[in-house]
Design a protein around this ligand. Structure first.
Ligand SMILES: CC(C)(COP(=O)(O)OP(=O)(O)OC[C@H]1O[C@@H](n2cnc3c(N)ncnc32)[C@H](O)[C@@H]1OP(=O)(O)O)[C@@H](O)C(=O)NCCC(=O)NCCS
Length: 176
């Protein structure tokens, strides 16, 4: 797409990211984010600019050694259906691949968009408990109507979460 740039977010983008995500959340098409959660995770985000104007955002959030979430992917309603969402998602997927992430997942109301990106719908309970950490702060906690989707990027490097937990070095305790 001519004039379209996807770049890493900067702190100055947080206002526009929050404006877009929370505008779409009011329309009930995605979940809201707080200023703190966007700023603390600003390095997760990419933004899309059309001829220098902000038109979208998306984030890749690492959950564990083999698992990351694509979240808060949003395109300005006036710029939707022009391939911008797909370009941002592909950038995030490439980043996950560069990081060595074996599996991606997302919670979404638009599984059709993720289907085009090679994701498949899965049951919520197939995902590890850790991914539900943020759900505690969600207004729809215990009444979640989002659909879980996942895409395996690297089957051979997909390690068992339980094995990794037991093998990771732990901080020393006083008296050790
Ligand atoms: C979902 C969203 C990010 C898609 O971005 P977009 O720029 O409009 O989508 P694209 O033009 O890149 O579409 C890419 C492909 O997905 C398909 N697609 C897009 N939205 C879709 C939808 N709601 N349902 C089914 N398929 C969809 C397109 O047809 C296109 O298919 P193609 O590659 O065969 O042409 C955007 O519509 C949006 O911001 N929606 C509101 C927020 C939201 O729902 N975010 C989802 C993550 S929580």
């Amino acid at each position: 797409m001519e004039g379209l740039t996807i770049r890493k977010a900067r702190v100055a983008d947080a206002t526009r990211i929050l404006g877009l995500v929370n505008e779409l959340a009011v329309r009930q098409v995605m979940l809201p984010r707080s200023p703190a959660s966007v700023l603390e995770n600003i390095r997760d985000f990419v933004v899309a600019e059309q001829d220098g104007e902000f038109v979208g955002c998306g984030a890749l959030h690492i959950v564990w050694s083999d698992l990351a979430e694509i979240r808060s992917i949003a395109v300005d309603p006036d710029a939707q259906t022009r391939g911008i969402g797909k370009r941002m998602a592909e950038t995030l997927i490439d980043e996950a691949q560069d990081l060595g992430i074996a599996k991606l997942f997302a919670f979404t109301y638009v599984p059709g968009f993720f289907d085009k990106l090679g994701f498949a719908v899965v049951e919520h309970d197939t995902l590890p408990h850790k991914v539900f950490q943020d759900c505690m702060n969600c207004p729809k906690f215990q009444a979640c109507d989002e659909i879980a989707v996942e895409r395996v990027l690297d089957e051979t490097n997909s390690v068992s979460l339980r094995r990794e937990v037991s093998e990771l070095p732990r901080p020393a305790r006083a008296g050790d």
